[in-house]
Design a protein around this ligand. Structure first.
Ligand SMILES: Nc1ncnc2c1ncn2[C@@H]1O[C@H](COP(=O)(O)OP(=O)(O)OP(=O)(O)O)[C@@H](O)[C@H]1O
Length: 506
């Protein structure tokens, strides 16, 4: 294929050489995301018509070249190939400014835009959950998503990658019912014999496990499993279960649900860096089963194991996939049987909600300014609830194909109607391929399990050092805690400043 000459961008060919094509090969259609990293756009490949997602790498504050977070994300995603992990298709670029603001030549060769090109996914889980209560997911649908989430995460962990930012907006779902883990901007490789310290400033606050909140700098896959537990409970409960406002509030909420940690339920906890500062003033007992008595027995068993305070007792992704929950009726449905919905991303649903709020406020203001309006005669035709409902932006009409709720699988585990029936006859760890790949289709780099993955650990200095209250104040998320009929009402991303590159996180 023709390769663009140095300084020129290739508008012609398919992209075996990453970064050789220009972003002008794509037509930007609309913005679908706004992250710490930059904007995400839905775009169309001008040549093939394929719809993709373009994630712009933000480089505003980069004095030292290309951001390390982006390098890690690209490096990790280039190696991960799995049906439940987002596929990075290529990198494209746009020409940079050749002078700086003062008109001097700009030596930063990366100043132009750099974009990651991904398969387009119609929804993220947060956007999809943000619908009226009566459109909540059915149990087979929840099982289907959870199973895919765990399968993708198991694959990452076997390949020695910690995701470190599992949350609804990073779980992407397409209209074929496929769920993929996305946003590997905080991910890193790990190994069990790695002795260096890792930063504990990772994972969005509501999904952050107690060991990170207590200052752990040595951790492993269990941190992601805590987040998975929070997502699982959120799917069953209809709203986030631990919406802390600050790190200490987050720990308080965790203790109120899971009990206060002590040497009996978590040996070694009293030696954790911030244990004394953050310990509960009184002993609290574990209340997971008490607070969620309406969850079914197997769901509760699994949730309880995901939300184990002691990370060494927390269930792994592999064992979770083997839990009774997934192997008892109603079984996980086939992703293809799931209804298709109008595209929904957290960014868009937030924007819609904001617009609605603004319209309501404007209407109220107008009413106050022109009180005579309230004296208008009642409308002639019936304006009942149904009329009001037709203005609801995310009502049932958003179900594009009006598909019925997901079908329960016919037959038992041996029937071929239900999703990925491959629980081996014998119970135990062999039910899943150690590589995490159920079809064997990807490059298996780590048959030896956790200790022999393909990524070397990347030891770096760790200038993180601030205490739990230090440095990166977490503003209260703009989250309505008033219930609100099970809607999410999620506002600001409650990330604890984790992605802030100036902390040189590891
Ligand atoms: N491949 C994709 N297809 C469709 N939408 C996507 C895709 N990738 C990302 N998005 C949308 O953009 C949002 C932000 O993307 P992403 O999380 O990768 O960016 P980020 O800058 O790392 O964000 P954050 O700061 O929230 O972690 C996602 O929540 C999702 O709604």
């Amino acid at each position: 294929m023709a390769v663009a000459a140095f300084g020129e961008l290739n508008m012609e060919e398919a992209p075996p050489i990453w970064g050789s094509r220009s972003v002008d090969c794509f037509e930007k259609l609309e913005q679908i995301g706004e992250g710490t990293y930059g904007q995400v756009y839905m775009a169309k490949d001008k040549k093939t018509g394929e719809i993709v997602a373009l994630k712009k790498i933000r480089m505003d504050n980069e004095r030292e070249g290309f951001p390390i977070t982006a390098i890690r994300e690209i490096k990790i995603l280039k190696k991960l190939h799995h049906q439940n992990v987002i596929h990075l298709k290529e990198i494209v670029t746009s020409p940079g400014r050749d002078t700086d603001d003062q008109g001097n030549p700009d030596n930063n060769q990366y100043k132009g835009g750099i974009y990651m090109v991904f398969d387009y996914m119609d929804h993220d889980l947060t956007g999809l959950c943000d619908r009226p209560t009566h459109m909540r997911f059915q149990v087979p649908q929840i099982k289907c998503y959870m199973k895919q989430l765990l399968t993708g995460l198991h694959y990452c962990h076997v390949n020695q990658v910690l995701h470190r930012d599992i949350k609804g907006s990073n779980l992407l779902i397409d209209n074929k019912g496929n769920l993929k883990l996305a946003d590997f901007g905080l991910a890193r490789s790990f190994s069990h014999d790695h002795n260096g310290n890792l930063t504990n400033r990772v994972i969005t606050l509501w999904y952050r496990p107690p060991e990170l909140l207590l200052g752990a700098t040595k951790y492993g896959p269990a941190i992601d499993m805590w987040s998975v537990g929070c997502i699982f409970a959120e799917l069953l409960n209809g709203k986030p279960i631990l919406p802390g406002k600050t790190e200490s509030d987050q720990l308080t909420k965790i203790y109120e649900l899971c009990g206060s940690p002590d040497e009996n339920n978590w040996p070694g906890v009293s030696k954790m860096p911030w244990y004394n500062q953050m310990k509960s003033s009184r002993t609290l007992k574990r209340r997971v089963r008490e607070i969620y008595p309406h969850f079914d027995r197997h769901a509760l068993d699994l949730l309880d194991k995901m939300l184990a305070l002691d990370p060494s007792k927390r269930i792994s992704a592999k064992d979770a996939l083997d839990a009774e929950y997934f192997w008892t009726e109603p079984f996980p449905c086939d992703p293809k049987s799931l209804p298709t919905y109008e595209s929904s991303h957290e960014f868009q649903t937030k924007k819609k909600r904001q617009e609605m709020r603004q319209n309501e406020e404007a209407a109220k203001k107008q009413k106050l300014q022109h009180p005579q309006h309230s004296r208008l005669p009642p409308q002639q035709h019936g304006v009942g609830q149904s009329h009001a409902a037709s203005h609801w932006p995310a009502g049932p009409n958003h179900l594009m194909n009006n598909a019925p709720p997901p079908q329960l699988p016919a037959g038992g585990p041996s029937g071929h109607h239900y999703y990925q029936n491959q629980r081996g006859g014998a119970p135990g760890p062999n039910r899943y391929h150690p590589s995490g790949n159920q079809t064997g289709g990807y490059n298996n780099q780590s048959r030896g399990g956790y200790s022999s993955g393909s990524f070397p650990s990347q030891g770096r200095g760790a200038p993180y050092g601030a205490g739990p209250s230090g440095g990166y104040g977490v503003g209260p998320p703009n989250y309505s805690q008033g219930g609100g009929g099970g809607q999410y009402g999620r506002g600001q991303n409650p990330t604890g400043g984790a992605r802030n590159q100036q902390y040189g996180w590891q």
